[in-house]
Design a binder for this molecule. Structure first.
Ligand SMILES: Cc1cc2nc3c(=O)[nH]c(=O)nc-3n(C[C@H](O)[C@H](O)[C@H](O)COP(=O)(O)OP(=O)(O)OC[C@H]3O[C@@H](n4cnc5c(N)ncnc54)[C@H](O)[C@@H]3O)c2cc1C
Length: 418
């Protein structure tokens, strides 16, 4: 049992899961959580999906009421932490209050990357990170506007589907010549593009917006790099996220090349009493050349559990293979493992039928799995990824193969027989 004061900066996904894991792990002392938003910790994934299109807003709380009460967290919401003093083990809050801690967990997430010509909160201009952003966007979608979505990443495309479902006229503008090819095999990228077009979205690929005019209550006129002038009622800017690492940076803690609070395998920063998890943390992973940040729900949860265990001095859980899901309208896409250059992909099923599964491998060793409406099958293959040994890829593509039985059989065989 531990009894000191643990302060958690941020009150989002990983903060809530960390508080829960701390209590589960026997922490009996105070847990103080400082959150800039005026809300209890809530889930963000529905913000681009059900919150935009559902008849009613779904419940978003990360923890059910009884779990939250059991955590006995002193939540200071609507307050920003402005300075971290690791030498004094003290956190300074806006307004002058300070909190002395035994351990501090930075769970500060990130902010949308802003474009200088598209001011956050500007008339008809949207960014999407918080529930308040999502409510504002939802209200705008009610008028079935012409909306341009700048950025064809997972988030932008999720909103494109939601906006189509809400009856909007949707144009997606993406600077790359194809959608999401950094993360997905080319076939999935092509399928996404064809699906969006068939559902009525207009796509402008390989170009960007260079100017917007005029502002005020008139429609926006977007001017693209190739000279197109596009009149829209609303603009959503979805061009990535910057991690909130300023507290750590200004406190002199190590920052990863690029950005993000640098942490070790137990989510400890360069200060032994300060930990970081979730979207703000950058961690060295096996097989990766640089520390990486994973902006995903699973990562936020897993790193929160690892940090909690480490703060309590217990053995941290083994990190699972990275997993991510996205909902593109009625389609569910799941990814296991991280994309890497030069993977060979083998496909099973046919995306045209709405269901397919890809394994990206190197010399037969599965490195990335991508499931289109086939999450259950991908789950069955997970142990093959964990084991990191070659498997006979030519068998995987055979239609008649029972995947579960195949994976089970491979796992039972010694490596040399494969
Ligand atoms: C719209 C949307 C859809 C998503 N969909 C998916 C999905 O389909 N699948 C998936 O895997 N992932 C998805 N994600 C990503 C996932 O939600 C995030 O990875 C996860 O929320 C990260 O959790 P976190 O705790 O690190 O950060 P957050 O949940 O962002 O919480 C950080 C909190 O810290 C607060 N904070 C920051 N600085 C300070 C400070 N100085 N003082 C006080 N408080 C501070 C912030 O205001 C924020 O409330 C989505 C994200 C968004 C925004």
């Amino acid at each position: 049992m531990t009894t000191g004061c643990i302060v958690i900066v941020g009150a989002g996904q990983s903060a809530a899961v960390a508080a829960h894991a701390l209590r589960d792990g026997g922490h009996d002392g105070a847990i103080v959580m400082v959150g800039r938003e005026p809300h209890r910790p809530y889930e963000r994934p529905p913000l681009s999906k059900a919150v935009l299109v559902g008849a009613e807003e779904p419940r978003l709380d990360v923890l059910a009421d009884d779990d939250w009460l059991r955590c006995n967290v002193d939540l200071l919401s609507g307050i920003e932490a402005v300075r971290l003093d690791p030498a004094q083990r003290r956190l300074h809050l806006a307004g002058g209050r300070t909190i002395d801690y035994d351990k501090c967990l930075l769970a500060t997430g990130g902010e949308p990357r802003l474009l200088p010509w598209a001011p956050c909160g500007g008339e008809r201009i949207h960014y999407l990170r918080t529930v308040d952003d999502a409510r504002r966007l939802r209200a705008s979608l009610r008028a079935r506007p012409r909306i341009a979505i700048l950025g064809g990443g997972f988030l932008g495309l999720e909103v494109a589907h939601s906006a189509l479902a809400a009856g909007a006229v949707v144009t997606v503008i993406e600077s790359a010549p194809a959608l999401l090819t950094r993360f997905l095999p080319a076939e999935v990228s092509g399928w996404l593009e064809a699906t969006l077009r068939s559902e009525g979205a207009h796509l402008r690929l390989g170009t960007s917006v260079t100017r917007v005019e005029p502002m005020g209550d008139r429609p926006l006129l977007l001017v693209t790099g190739d000279g197109e002038r596009l009149e829209v009622d609303e603009l959503l800017v979805c061009v990535g996220m910057s991690p909130n690492d300023a507290l750590a940076r200004e406190a002199g803690l190590a920052i990863a090349p690029g950005a993000g609070v640098l942490v070790d395998a137990s989510c400890r920063t360069s200060d032994p009493n300060v930990y970081a998890c979730g979207d703000c943390a950058s961690q060295q992973r096996p097989g990766q050349q640089q520390p990486t940040r994973l902006e995903s729900w699973q990562n936020a949860n897993e790193q929160a559990r690892i940090a909690a265990a480490a703060m309590l001095g217990s053995a941290p859980p083994v990190p699972p293979f990275p997993w991510f899901w996205t909902e593109q309208g009625r389609h569910n896409i799941q990814m296991l493992g991280l994309p890497a250059a030069g993977l060979d992909y083998v496909r099973r099923g046919d995306p045209a039928s709405g269901k397919a599964l890809w394994i990206g491998h190197r010399g037969g060793v599965p490195m990335q799995g991508v499931a289109l409406n086939a999450g259950g099958e991908l789950r069955a293959l997970r142990p093959l990824f964990d084991r990191a040994r070659p498997v006979p890829m030519h068998e995987f593509a055979q239609d008649h193969l029972n995947l579960r039985a195949w994976a089970k059989q491979l796992l039972a065989e010694p490596a040399a027989t494969l």
